[in-house]
Ligand binder design. Structure first.
Ligand code: ADP
Length: 815
């Protein structure tokens, strides 16, 4: 608001004063003075000062003040003495000089009062000082309802502006009301509104009071709006400052109280946590939750159990890698090198992994399939996963799902439980320290489920790219984005993977190794690894090839490499001891030294030592630990034609045995038996080891052979093993796991393996080194199996087969 002061009574008197038509002339482009208003005026140019001094000498002390017309360019160029009509605005004010005073710097300070609006008629020439001939003007009044409404509105707005404006006395509003004329009121309001010179001049030049109200109305509305905004901004700013100050103040107070109570430690801890929350760069939702918890924590005594619950929670919140991620450097060529460097063989899985990495390197939106490496223990599944992580430059974490029965192991317990923790996924990520590691879900086939909930449903969410960006751990209780994690699953067998999970994954089979491969891997990888792990070097130990071969074949019998690696470790340990005890010279481990290091050989080529027997058949089974040889035994006793099956056989295996039985009974003639040869005989078939459950149809041919052997009393060739499903008509149907089964037969010293004819195509999976040593025969019909497996010798008397020798077999599933 402008600064003019209000008129007083004397002004009223002054305003009524009359003045001659020729008045000393002042021109200005700075101030506009309205009638009835008092204002200060500062004059600094000498001509004008002179004019004023002359005017002071007149009796009326009235001068005419006119605004300069706006001119192009700099107004300073105009000679103030050279005043013409066209330089000035046509309407100005006659003003009364109330007081004049010279300031020390020579300027003239005036206090003036507006008297009335005057029209500039002309500027007479040849006067002593600039003079104007003026004519007094009257306001044009109006008294319509519209005008009344307008004027009241303007006055109301003005009151509002006064209320909103800082440092403006409230009486301003009342002062307007006390002015007798609308014209005076609006002029007064105009002096108070923030306007520039031209706007003020425009109001001065308007004789119609209504027009003046209209003009001022627009300016006033603008002014009110600005004032309102200003107030709003100020309140907001004040609000935040006040809140912050208040919080600071309260915190200081609380700190003081806590110090007093001996809980200063707690406040320090809370400050630290607050800082850590900022540093951890949590997503909004998580940050809010963490801050809320921190707030709760502040109000708890440090000794309370809730305090430490909150503390643990916040500790987790700030350590989970919400935004920490490692940078990918995916170079497929380098990845190939890495995979080859870490692994011997494994061509197929390597191929597939490289394809997988290639796709990822081309297309960065991660929705790739989830790889599931399936194979027996110790064949390098975990180690492949590690190499993938190394090739991608990512962290590697592993989580074993074996025996996980509880959903909350995956998803965490709710915080309300005592001792609750996040689930293994979040724990794994915390260990990794980044939110995009390669995350290996080990033994996904060993997942259990019971009344505590089904962990596989939680895993489904984890592995589903559509859902896993908002994975909610029960403990953290806020969503975590898992979409950048590369999940790789491993399993020993496909059967027990929950189908819904299997559906989400791409299976990559990693099968067992041959003896030759094992020897190579031992030489190139396992020995150097174990040697260095035991603090030795090749200068101190050398295990020769014969020794390694013997470890492979006589000390281990497995599809993978776990025991082999362990045995090599044992040798290294014992050698390390020798050096610790003072040995100087290099140790060379020869085959003949092995009993000293590892004890007597654990596996002999047993078959070579046994003879062909009646009622013992080597069946080939596929188990989660690789292929295996099962020695199925049968014996007959006098009875009534019953079949007894033992050895924890599953339904499928039992039924396939019965089918085999029926088939053999129907074949009396071709077996050289007459009539109902089975009627007075009970047969008992047993599949060791008796305590391990077994199932699957692929033991059909083995059952048929063992029964035929018992009924005909023909011995079975000891070095023949077989696998295949049998139909009631004796047809041999194909089975799975050919490579693993043949490898197992080879390990056990079997010379001939009989496979279903339809499995001929799978033969290419079997390495040449094995095929050189194991003859593979194919059969379409049980008759062909019996021809090859049973010893040709025929005996006329049926004797009871002797109980056969015990066999070793950890077998589980024969499918
Ligand atoms: P899995 O996870 O399948 O049980 P691991 O990855 O733990 O098997 O492998 C067992 C050991 O054998 C590891 O030390 C691994 O490095 C080694 N290994 C397995 N396969 C190979 C291979 N093809 N070449 C070299 N080392 C291997």
């Amino acid at each position: 608001m402008a600064e003019e002061t209000m008129i007083d009574e004397t002004t009223e008197a002054i305003a009524k004063r009359s003045f001659p038509p020729d008045l000393p002339l002042l021109a200005t482009n700075e101030v506009v003075i309205y009638p009835y208003m008092a204002a200060p005026l500062l004059i600094d140019d000498e001509t004008t000062i002179h004019t004023v001094e002359q005017a002071m000498k007149t009796g009326h002390k009235v001068v005419a003040l006119f605004g300069r017309q706006p001119v192009e360019g700099d107004s300073q160029d105009i000679d103030t003495r050279d005043l013409r009509e066209h330089h000035l605005c046509p309407i100005g004010t006659a003003i009364q000089l109330v007081r004049a005073q010279r300031a020390p710097d020579g300027k003239l300070q005036l206090l003036v009062h507006g008297v009335s609006r005057v029209l500039l008629e002309r500027i007479p020439a040849d006067t002593q000082y600039p003079t104007a001939r003026v004519k007094e003007l009257q306001d044009i009044e109006e008294s319509t309802a519209h005008f009344e409404a307008l004027s009241r509105n303007v006055i109301g707005q003005f009151q509002k502006a006064v209320d909103l404006a800082p440092n403006v006395p409230q009486e301003m509003g009342e002062a307007v009301a006390s002015l007798p004329e609308r014209g005076q009121q609006i002029d007064f309001i105009a002096t108070q509104v923030n306007l520039d010179f031209e706007e003020r001049q425009k109001i001065l030049g308007e004789l119609s009071v209504r027009r003046r109200f209209e003009i001022v109305n627009t300016y006033l509305n603008r002014e009110v709006e600005i004032l309102e905004l200003r107030q709003k901004i100020q309140t907001e700013a004040a609000g935040t400052i006040e809140d912050a100050q208040r919080e600071f103040y309260l915190r200081q107070q609380m700190k003081a109280i806590q110090e007093e109570l001996g809980e200063g430690e707690a406040s320090r801890e809370i400050d630290e946590l607050r800082e850590e929350i900022v540093k951890a760069d949590l997503p909004d939702e998580a940050r809010e939750e963490a801050e809320r918890e921190l707030g709760r924590m502040e109000s708890m005594p440090q000794a309370s159990p809730e305090y430490s619950v909150s503390r643990t929670y916040l500790d987790w919140m700030v350590r989970v890698p919400w935004s920490a991620s490692s940078e990918d450097h995916l170079d497929v060529k380098a990845a190939e090198k890495q995979l080859d460097k870490d692994h011997y063989g494994l061509e197929q899985p390597k191929e597939r992994i490289l394809e997988y990495l290639s796709v990822r390197s081309l297309k960065n939106d991660v929705r790739g399939p989830i790889l599931c490496l399936v194979g027996p223990p110790g064949v390098g599944k975990t180690s492949l996963g590690r190499s993938v992580a190394a090739a991608m430059g990512r962290e590697f974490v592993r989580m074993s799902l074996g025996g996980v029965r509880d959903e909350s192991e995956v998803r965490g317990h709710r915080r309300t439980y005592v001792g609750a923790l996040p689930g293994r996924i979040i724990q794994g990520l915390r260990r990794a320290g980044t939110n995009n590691p390669v995350f290996m879900l080990d033994e996904i086939d060993k997942l259990g489920s019971d009344f505590r909930g089904d962990p596989s449903s939680a895993l489904l969410e984890v592995l589903d790219p559509e859902q896993n960006h908002t994975f909610v751990d029960h403990y953290l209780d806020v969503a975590f984005d898992l979409s950048n994690v590369v999940f790789i699953a491993t399993a020993n067998s496909l059967h027990s993977i929950p189908p819904a999970l299997l559906d989400r994954m791409e299976v990559l089979e990693v099968s067992g190794y041959t003896q030759v491969e094992k020897l190579e891997i031992a030489k190139r990888y396992l020995v150097p690894k174990q040697v260095s792990e035991h603090g030795l070097t090749s200068k101190r130990i050398y295990i020769d090839k014969g020794a390694l071969r013997s470890v492979v074949s006589e000390y281990t019998r497995e599809a993978g490499l776990r025991n082999l690696e362990r045995e090599i470790g044992t040798i290294c340990r014992k050698v390390a001891r020798k050096f610790a005890e003072g040995r100087q010279r290099r140790v060379r481990v020869k085959e003949t030294d092995l009993p000293d290091y590892l004890g007597p050989p654990r596996f002999r080529q047993e078959l070579a030592e046994t003879s062909n027997e009646v009622g013992v058949v080597a069946g080939l089974a596929w188990t989660p630990v690789g292929g295996d040889v099962l020695f199925v035994e049968a014996t007959s006793t006098p009875g009534r034609g019953r079949l007894r099956l033992t050895g924890k056989l599953g339904d499928v295996m039992k039924e396939s045995s019965e089918a085999a039985m029926t088939y053999i009974r129907s074949q009396g003639e071709s077996l050289g038996l007459s009539g109902a040869f089975w009627e007075d005989t009970d047969v008992h078939v047993h599949v060791p080891a008796g305590a391990v459950p077994k199932d699957g149809p692929s033991a059909g041919v083995t059952m048929a052979t063992v029964l035929a052997s018992v009924y005909t009393d023909r011995p079975v060739k000891k070095d023949v093993a077989m696998t295949g499903e049998v139909t009631l008509r004796g047809k041999v149907l194909p089975i799975g796991g050919v490579r693993d089964k043949v490898l197992a037969a080879h390990r056990a010293g079997i010379r001939t393996v009989i496979l279903p004819e339809d499995n001929r195509k799978d033969l290419e999976e079997v390495p040449d080194s094995v095929r050189k040593n194991v003859k593979i025969r194919f059969a379409e019909h049980v008759g062909q199996v019996l021809d090859q497996a049973l010893v040709k010798k025929r005996t006329s008397n049926r004797t009871t087969a002797r109980p056969s020798r015990p066999t070793r077999s950890p077998a589980a599933v024969a499918n």
